[in-house]
Design a protein around this ligand. Structure first.
Ligand SMILES: Cc1cc2nc3c(=O)[nH]c(=O)nc-3n(C[C@H](O)[C@H](O)[C@H](O)COP(=O)(O)O)c2cc1C
Length: 362
């Protein structure tokens, strides 16, 4: 578990913030990067259909800050020509790495041949990778699922083919397309990929705690790991892994720091986006962030029903004030029921109670 290189780009520490549409935007990536321990950040997946047709949203999604480097842009699509053009645009804006999405399970992405749809059309995937290689000089990487269905697991074959096409880093989410986000990621298949190719391989799926994460990582023997949902629940998770890798005790933020990271995020959102979108983003992060905290379910319900900046700030202050003095926050809301709102199981922007979906997509 040492730093590794994607061509000449050092991934140090060898941990990656996994791309999440509707989540890992410019604001969230910087929030996580500032906590430390992240070796690589990746954009949300960006449609090449949008990019190559000058859709302003797609172009905006590529934006990054110098402090984020190394920075990868992830693109998705099913048309080789458009994928190559999209890749070229990512290189032009200064991305360090170009990543191809071969894992998104969303029907509208798969229907157009992109995302995990590429897992059942390897000739098309091969053409896409070769066309992209011809059009860019930055390293090309691939993020894949293990197969389309349980009966058609082909990730080892895909990885070998990708390596032949010049892909320089393979990231495996250990679930099939049909699995969606159900069940557990299969880290044994990730291990098999690592053994089958000589380019660096990173594993992904269900890393939410240091102990079990380290065990999976060790057993699979991968060069790196990607963490997605775990970073929303615990923005310090990368720093904690980095501590353990360096032989230190993992950093433990206190309640005051947890509160201030939420406020920092809110402030960053308000600088970047319209208030209604910032409120939605805040509810999204706070919802994940307070999982497992005392009274978290009640707090989330209160937050979901907050409609202004003042209300949100007031509720955050009350909540953290009450838990720091050992009181319960609110009453009467069953944790399991509220938790249904927390399912983050899509590569499309998740629906958050009380938020207009179109505003989230703005
Ligand atoms: C809300 C959400 C959005 C996602 N969007 C993307 C995406 O844009 N590109 C991608 O490659 N994977 C996407 N994923 C998958 C994650 O990158 C990751 O592979 C998956 O969540 C498993 O890792 P985890 O258990 O650490 O979250 C998304 C996942 C979630 C929950």
């Amino acid at each position: 578990m040492v730093p590794f290189k994607i061509r000449n780009i050092e991934i140090n520490p060898p941990m990656i913030l996994s791309p999440m549409a509707g989540v890992t935007d410019y604001t969230f990536r910087r929030l996580i990067k500032r906590r430390g321990g992240v070796g690589l950040v990746v954009s949300e997946f960006i449609s090449v259909e949008g990019l190559t047709r000058n859709n302003p949203k797609s172009k905006r999604q590529m934006r990054f800050d110098e402090a984020e480097r190394p920075y990868a842009v992830q693109i998705f699509g099913g048309q080789p020509g458009r994928m190559a053009m999209g890749a070229e645009m990512a290189e032009e804006i200064g991305a360090d790495i170009l990543d191809v999405n071969c894992g998104c399970p969303a029907p509208k992405v798969v229907k157009n041949g992109g995302g995990s749809g590429l897992l059942r059309d390897l000739p098309r995937l091969e053409t896409i990778l070769k066309e992209i290689k011809k059009s860019i000089s930055i390293p090309l990487t691939l993020k894949v699922r293990t197969g389309f269905t349980d009966a058609t697991i082909n990730v080892v074959e895909v990885a070998k083919m990708a390596e032949q096409c010049g892909v320089e880093h393979i990231q495996v989410h250990g679930r099939t397309r049909d699995q969606g986000y159900k069940g557990l990621a299969n880290w044994d298949l990730i291990r098999q990929v690592k053994q089958a190719v000589s380019v660096p391989v990173s594993g992904n799926g269900d890393i939410v705690s240091i102990e079990s994460g380290m065990q999976r990582w060790r057993e699979a023997g991968t060069d790196g790991v990607l963490i997605g949902r775990g970073a929303m629940q615990n923005p310090w998770i990368f720093r904690q892994f980095a501590d353990v890798l360096a032989g230190r005790e993992p950093y433990q933020p206190d309640l005051e720091e947890k509160k201030s990271v939420l406020l920092e995020f809110f402030e960053m959102c308000l600088e970047e986006m319209p208030e209604i979108v910032a409120l939605g983003k805040m509810k999204q992060l706070a919802g994940q962030f307070t999982k497992g905290l005392p009274g978290g379910a009640q707090f989330r319900q209160t937050l979901y029903h907050s409609h202004s900046v003042q209300e949100i700030l007031g509720n955050i202050t009350t909540y953290f004030g009450s838990i720091s003095t050992g009181q319960m926050f609110g009453d009467g809301v069953v944790e399991a029921e509220a938790d249904r709102d927390l399912e983050m199981t899509s590569c499309e922007a998740p629906v958050i109670p009380g938020i207009i979906r179109s505003a989230m997509r703005a």
